[in-house]
Design a protein around this ligand. Structure first.
Ligand SMILES: [Zn+2]
Length: 306
């Protein structure tokens, strides 16, 4: 009798002990899922300036989800590698790259990204396939640049570990766990694509580096984030001549976002003469016609998208 009571006590102690650990694990897992451990979807701006800037970098950025990193555009030659390094993003962690158009401030760094990732693949330091997306003219140009300008061993990785995917207007693709739809922004200068990204509840539209065109309304309406250019302030239009350069202003961006029921906007591709006051003044001007959140990030700034 005494022995079995002692046994029961021991079992009960063990049981309580293991239950305590199970509870700790369950609570830990629950809170991890709810609070900390789910990585928030974010955008890291590698550059925020227009084509001719020297005091900040050409506009390009990394969108990060739990599933990976997608780089949009790659300006300024191998400077894009410096920006990635400064932002603390290992280029080997990039899974995909979307190129909007073939202007120098958006495409020249792409060659360096291909070069570095191809080298990493050859060294066994890169996991998976690196996918590049762009319209057919741009993809043709990039393939030609890769063939003509990179060593054979590096160029030969294109078509194997690095895929250059030609996409059409309105065509969808999957990357970093998200659903993307590429669309023509109806550029007046050179063929250019933007994209709509859907990731869980998050909807985002990237309008490239030219003013919004009404033909893109279906892709942009109601998104949580509209990423778009604001060459300068409307107040400074006589100084920077945005409209003559087929660009627009912070005020225009705010008004468009308001018409399209966009929740938040992020402005980029700006002049660099007013960098010191850019965040405050651009935000204030965009907010004149828009009640949502306005982000005017510095180079290397990260903004959480959810
Ligand atoms: Zn540009």
């Amino acid at each position: 009798m005494v022995v079995s009571v002692i046994k029961m006590c021991t079992i009960s102690k063990r049981f309580r002990f293991s239950m305590f650990f199970v509870s700790v694990l369950v609570i830990n897992k629950y809170f991890c899922a709810q609070i900390n451990c789910k990585m928030k979807t974010k955008i890291t701006m590698l550059g925020t300036g227009n084509a001719l800037v020297t005091k900040c970098f050409n506009t390009c950025f990394v969108i990060s989800t739990e599933e990976g990193n997608l780089l949009t555009d790659a300006g300024g030659g191998n400077g894009v590698l410096v920006q990635l390094e400064k932002a603390g993003i290992d280029y080997r962690s990039l899974n995909a790259m979307f190129l909007t158009h073939a202007h120098t401030d958006h495409i020249l760094g792409a060659l360096w990204i291909v070069r570095m990732i191809s080298t990493a693949i050859n060294r066994g330091e890169y996991k998976g396939i690196f996918n590049i997306y762009g319209h057919s003219h741009l993809c043709g140009l990039l393939k030609m640049m890769v063939t003509e300008m990179l060593p054979k061993k590096i160029a030969s990785e294109v078509g194997k570990g690095i895929l250059i995917n030609e996409i059409g207007d309105g065509e969808a693709f999957e990357a970093i766990g998200a659903h993307f739809t590429a669309f023509s922004i109806h550029s007046t200068k050179l063929e250019q694509f933007g994209y709509r990204m859907e990731y869980g509840d998050l909807k985002l539209a990237c309008l490239g580096d030219e003013p919004y065109n009404e033909k893109c309304a279906d892709y942009v309406k109601g998104v949580d984030w509209m990423l778009c250019e604001a060459f300068c302030l409307y107040d400074d239009r006589d100084r920077f001549h945005p409209y003559e350069k087929h660009h627009s202003t912070a005020k225009d961006a705010g008004e468009i976002a308001s018409t399209l029921d966009v929740k938040n906007i992020l402005l980029y591709h700006t002049e660099e003469k007013t960098l010191d006051t850019r965040k405050e003044r651009y935000t204030a001007e965009a907010k004149l016609g828009f009640s949502g959140r306005v982000e005017v990030p510095y180079d290397l700034e990260t903004v959480e998208l959810e």
